[in-house]
Ligand binder design. Structure first.
Ligand code: ZN
Length: 68
């Protein structure tokens, strides 16, 4: 949680290409479910709420497909 707060403070804007809204969340670029590192700042990206929702949905869909 701490690392995420620090990351958000140093990356206050959404890192989605073409988006520059204020970020609301720190996302794991490679989801933890896919072996992403929870504490590695290299695996963090700041996202605004809509883009975080979109990313999370895509990750979940991918996870479901893989499980099948
Ligand atoms: Zn965004």
């Amino acid at each position: 949680m701490r690392a995420r707060d620090d990351y958000l403070r140093s990356h206050p804007f959404c890192e989605h290409t073409g988006c520059a809204r204020i970020a609301d969340a720190v996302d794991h670029i490679r989801p933890l479910a896919e072996g992403g590192d929870k504490y590695d700042p290299e695996n963090f990206q700041s996202l605004c709420d809509p883009h975080h929702t979109e990313k999370t949905t895509q990750d979940a869909l991918r996870g479901k497909k893989r499980a099948r």
